[in-house]
Design a protein. Structure first.
Length: 147
């Protein structure tokens, strides 16, 4: 199953900010939208990083008073694990498991983010696919529709 086949089935949880936006903007989005990551984009709309709740907590732990005026590009994760619409969902799930991450941005051919996959939705779609395949195999074994 390819990522493109499930994009219309998963919730829209893509939230972006500019790379020169203040960190407080990312924190506000994460808090209000109850999302795991914010995708950081350059002026041309291409993805340049992500900010997670962990990134914000790590940065705030170093702040003193009003010194938390850091910009997004200073704390964002630049080495991003991402996928494309022609990626296999199972491969993305394996990468999530191996890397210990729960959110993966989906990008187009121009590196522009178009969605964010989360672990729950990924597992849900994989389970539905496995259940469908199981039903087909059962039908085949008992000969339904093959006479």
């Amino acid at each position: 199953m390819y990522i493109k086949s499930i994009l219309n089935k998963i919730p829209d949880t893509l939230y972006t900010i500019s790379d020169n936006a203040p960190l407080i903007d990312a924190a506000r989005i994460l808090s209000e939208k109850h999302n795991g990551i914010v995708v950081v984009c350059s002026n041309d709309g291409s993805m340049v990083g992500i900010i997670s709740k962990t990134d914000i907590v790590r940065q705030i732990s170093h702040c003193h008073g009003n010194s938390c005026t850091t910009m997004a590009d200073k704390i964002m994760t630049r080495d991003i694990i991402f996928c494309k619409t022609d990626s296999l969902l199972y491969d993305v799930w394996e990468t999530m498991k191996e890397s210990g991450i729960t959110h993966v941005p989906v990008i187009d051919e121009n590196n522009v983010p178009i969605a964010v996959l989360n672990a729950k939705d990924t597992l849900h779609e994989l389970l539905k696919d496995a259940q469908y395949e199981e039903a087909l195999l059962k039908d085949y074994v008992v000969g339904i529709g093959y006479r």
